[in-house]
Design a protein around this ligand. Structure first.
Ligand SMILES: [Zn+2]
Length: 274
């Protein structure tokens, strides 16, 4: 049925704001735009033939002849860019049209699904890296947090094991005062503000996130039992504010249980009595 929808652009081309990507948008912002429109990054995952994964994006195009906005979905596969036509979209803004496009991609299952059958799949380096939106171990929020903590003049260890008997690692460790800081990714740890359940493989993902959260709680308990203070920071939190909280806890613990170094310092320079 050709209704209002298909006659909409007969006289003029759709406005730029309905489809064009702002030229100054950074790579990260583009990816975040796709994540939002897709309803979460898990919906963008594509399984490649060799078992690897890729991230798909919806693109909007207008052809001068048709004057309609068409959505395509595209991903990278070892130097090639497979593209599928999704359909026409008719929203007033680019955001609405990306959402319309993604809804069709998901409903019609246009993307080859990743093979999540092996238990270790979600823990693989490639998957974690894609889901965290970065390539290496040090994510941007972690780096920002560490820089802010450094600005407080506090020494710490990075990605260290607070408990020798346990293999679990914390992102920032203050060994003397026994403070362990975890910078938790919003997706993997189920942040209440940003975690959105996946449409595809939803059972697999919800189980994965639930087990991550259970593991976090167990880690917190293990550390607390061993006399540690645990601070968990969401990756979306302001690093300066978080660093201030961390510094307060570290300083308070140092006063309560002075380290050997602080003993020798206070021998030379007695602190004024309160
Ligand atoms: Zn969050």
């Amino acid at each position: 049925m050709d209704g209002v929808k298909s006659n909409k652009w007969n006289d003029e081309s759709p406005a730029d704001r309905a489809w064009k990507c702002p030229p100054d948008l950074s790579r990260a912002a583009r990816s975040a735009e796709q994540d939002r429109a897709a309803g979460g990054r898990t919906n963008r995952l594509v399984g490649l033939d060799d078992g690897n994964i890729s991230l798909a994006s919806v693109e909007l195009k207008v052809y001068a002849k048709t004057r309609r906005i068409r959505a395509y979905v595209r991903w990278s596969d070892h130097g090639k860019y497979p593209t599928k036509y999704v359909g026409e979209v008719d929203g007033r803004t680019r955001r609405q049209n990306l959402i319309q496009g993604w809804r069709q991609v998901i409903d019609r299952e246009l993307l080859p699904p990743p093979d999540t059958s092996s238990r270790s799949w979600a823990s693989s380096r490639a998957v974690r890296s894609i889901m965290r939106g970065n390539r290496g171990r040090d994510t941007r929020p972690e780096l920002a947090l560490r820089a802010a903590v450094r600005a407080h003049g506090l020494g710490y260890r990075v990605d260290a094991r607070p408990l020798t008997e346990s293999r679990r690692r914390a992102d920032i460790v203050f060994v003397g005062p026994k403070v362990a800081v975890f910078c938790d990714g919003c997706y993997w740890h189920g942040c209440p503000e940003h975690y959105r359940p996946a449409h595809r493989n939803s059972e697999f993902w919800s189980q994965k996130i639930a087990s991550n959260k259970a593991r976090d709680q167990e880690t917190d308990r293990l550390l607390a039992d061993a006399g540690w203070d645990v601070i968990r920071i969401w990756e979306h939190e302001d690093p300066e504010t978080a660093a201030r909280q961390i510094a307060e806890v570290v300083m308070a613990r140092r006063l309560r249980r002075p380290t050997a170094v602080e003993h020798s310092q206070s021998d030379r320079q007695p602190k004024p009595a309160h």
